[in-house]
Design a protein around this ligand. Sequence first.
Ligand code: PEP
Ligand code: MN
Length: 383
Amino acid sequence: MTTLELDVIARPRLRLALPPEHRSSFIEQLLPLAKENVSMIVVMRSTATEEELNAVLARIQDHGLKGRVTCGEERNIVGVIGAAIPPTLREELERFPGVQEAVRITRPYKLAAREFHPQDTIVQIGDVVVGGGSFVVIAGPCAVESEAQIMATAFAVREAGAHMLRGGAFKPRSSPYTFRGLGEEGLRLLALARAETGLPIVTEVMTPTDVELVARYADVLQIGARNMQNFQLLEEAGRSGKPVLLKRGMSATIEEWLLSAEYIIAQGNPNVILCERGIRTFETATRNTMDLNAVALAKRRSHLPVIADPSHGTGKWYLVPPLALASLAAGADGVMIEVHPDPDRATSDGGQSLTCENFAALMPQMTALAGLLGRKSHVLVAH
Ligand code: PEP
Ligand code: MN
């Protein structure tokens, strides 16, 4: 086994005990280094002197590499730029006085990598927290269809214990002849449902030019599977400053998914929630194949919260409860579930939507399993 493999197996080494309020400034401090494709970061002690810092920079230069210093409020960080990092460099630098630790960054994504940021990122949406050991349930119809439909669903899922409401106003549909959403009217209805129930709303944005409009209504911007590599959309959503729920593309690798998250964070927005929603495989018996490997691996490779969508992952309502529970067991920070008061009459994804009753029956099972797994409460203040 190589040193690199050993490194990956060991728990991430960087153990900066940063309080939550310092995390985004830590990301900000690392941003310029990520943009230079940094291969290693050297975290200086807060007490390190200028001579100690210069000695580190000189040693980096001796190896034919470049050192870049970023100064933070708490401490200075040196980024090592260059591909040919000697395998012993980390230990060498850690012996220098003034160095707290050195961490090799082996992934093409940087800001999304756990190597860069070992603590779980916690995304806060109103009173709801996503990540850091909590378990969050987002529920609602595939598409917002009418005031009666979204209100009935919102009240039913809140009653059952859901923490956020989902619903598409702009729908990406495979066929241009199917229902493509109510547009701004759908956003207005979602805002009404939030006002009535107190549930934060998650809704999809499909184009960069719609980001401003959708961000005016939504608490979380959803970027759909088909848009995972719409890089302008990722950047625009990043710039909006709103939390972003980033679905994995149906044919995207885990690395591509995390690189897409990187686009958002690189705009200075660390509030990204990853969402596994099933991938295309040779199997045709289900709409997609829920990739629970990806849930567990993304949690390990990245500090971002990861949720699972067993509705799109299976395409069949009766497979949603078992796969929701399996996602939780695999380490997901939450689930997103399609719920419709009358699935047979849904304008989209009726076959994979739970009735309000079936959703209400699933909630206590998820709560029981979450308790068994030692998950913490997902809400800061009860709604
Ligand atoms: C949805 O959430 O309704 C949706 C369209 O999801 P995806 O982008 O995963 O297909
Ligand atoms: Mn859907």
